[in-house]
Design a protein around this ligand. Structure first.
Ligand code: PLP
Length: 370
């Protein structure tokens, strides 16, 4: 049995999504900029996908700009900051951090939480500001209150971008309620295809062109559109929101089970708010007492795919773990879950770890139904 517990890195494509994509690879392959039947067919598919996505986040279709994924959406939003001072956090994904020059970093506590009073104090100095704060962190799962951050930004006239790559498709977003100017989305984080996403850009907001060339996406993003990807993105979001409550509950139960079982291993702690309520239900970041064995390798040898902080390996602390002052002498493993995981997979993972850490299991059967 091959077990995939690295769903914050990417998720498997949903067969329902694959099904709607294939006709756009095999039959309806026209270029949407072409003025003939094939082109019009492709163009229609894009606009239909745009309408579907806009409807799901309560946006106007003109506010959805298709991109080549989350990184491009983040980069485009940040480019649009212009000369404004950028305020961000040290826990952002590199898609944000590496696109910034000399931003102002808010401080974070050991749980990975920011202090809204600190943000307010900064904004109140009147300097034109662009705030980029992620909705939820991909490594430790901590969730920021983007509703409250948006309110603050509005009060002080700041522009607000949120990297929602780990939350769109996992939580509902209503852009009529959120005081946000930009949101970034990536399809492969919710069982859609890789290399496609969108930037939500509120009407009237500045939007700089990252890619220059043709006049696609109303001259905002050049390059022939990834039709099958865009169709898959819209379908993936539709499927995600269709059964969201059910999947949230199921995945949270898988996570809770793993937390409960791992707590029986001496020395185990959880990073940030990872095992608490203010955390993604899809992510659990765990610190194990170092034994000299590379845990990622051990799990990999047992056909269990997990990751360290992010793409890094156990032992070399990521920028996120460093920022929350996580103990560098511990081995960190990030487990991340999806609707395709099962309780048997959790049990098998626990079994491997119990064996390694010599935990005598009280219950003979690790698989209790949830
Ligand atoms: C929080 C966050 N932002 C941005 C990205 C980048 O998205 P993509 O892989 O679609 O470029 C990721 C994915 O790794 C992410 O987790």
């Amino acid at each position: 049995m091959k077990i995939y517990l690295d769903n914050a890195a990417t998720t498997p494509l949903d067969p329902e999504v694959f099904e709607v994509m294939t006709p756009y690879l095999l039959q309806h392959y026209g270029n949407p900029s072409s003025h003939h039947a094939h082109g019009r067919e492709a163009k229609r598919a894009i606009e239909q996908a745009r309408n579907t996505i806009a409807g799901l986040i309560n946006a106007d279709p003109s506010e959805i700009i298709f991109t080549g994924g989350g990184t491009e959406a983040d980069n485009t939003a940040l480019l649009s900051a212009g000369e404004r001072r950028v305020i961000t956090t040290p826990l952002e994904h590199h898609a944000v951090l590496h696109a910034l020059h000399n931003p102002h970093y808010l401080s974070v506590n050991t749980k990975g939480e920011i202090d809204l009073a600190e943000l307010e104090l900064l904004l109140s100095d009147g300097e034109p500001s662009f705030v980029s704060i992620m909705h939820a962190n991909n490594e430790i799962g901590v969730i920021n209150d983007i509703e409250a951050i948006g309110e603050l930004c509005e009060r002080y006239g700041a522009i607000f971008h949120s990297d929602t790559v780990q939350t769109i498709g996992h939580y509902h977003h209503d852009v009529q309620k959120l005081k946000v100017h930009y949101l970034a989305c990536s399809a492969h984080k919710f069982h859609g295809p890789k290399g496609v996403g969108f930037l939500y850009c509120r009407k009237g907001s500045n939007l700089s062109q990252l890619l220059r060339g043709g006049s696609q996406e109303r001259k905002l993003r050049a390059g022939t559109e990834n039709i099958a990807g865009i169709v898959g993105l819209a379908k993936a979001l539709e499927v995600a929101y269709r059964d969201l409550d059910k999947h949230q509950l199921y995945i949270q139960k898988l996570k809770n089970r793993l937390i409960a079982k791992l707590q029986q291993i001496p020395g185990v702690t959880f990073n940030g708010a990872s095992a608490k309520d203010n955390s993604l239900y899809t992510v659990l970041s765990v610190n194990f007492t170092a034994t000299g064995t590379n845990l990622l390798k051990l799990l990999d040898e047992n056909n269990i795919s997990v990751s360290g902080g992010s793409a890094c390996s156990t032992g070399s602390a990521s920028h996120v773990l460093r920022a929350i002052k996580s103990d560098p002498d511990k081995d960190t493993v990030r487990f991340s879950f999806s609707k395709f995981n099962t309780i048997e997979q959790i049990a098998r993972t626990v079994e491997i770890l119990y064996r390694h850490f010599n935990v005598i299991n009280q219950k003979t059967d690790l698989v209790e139904s949830i």
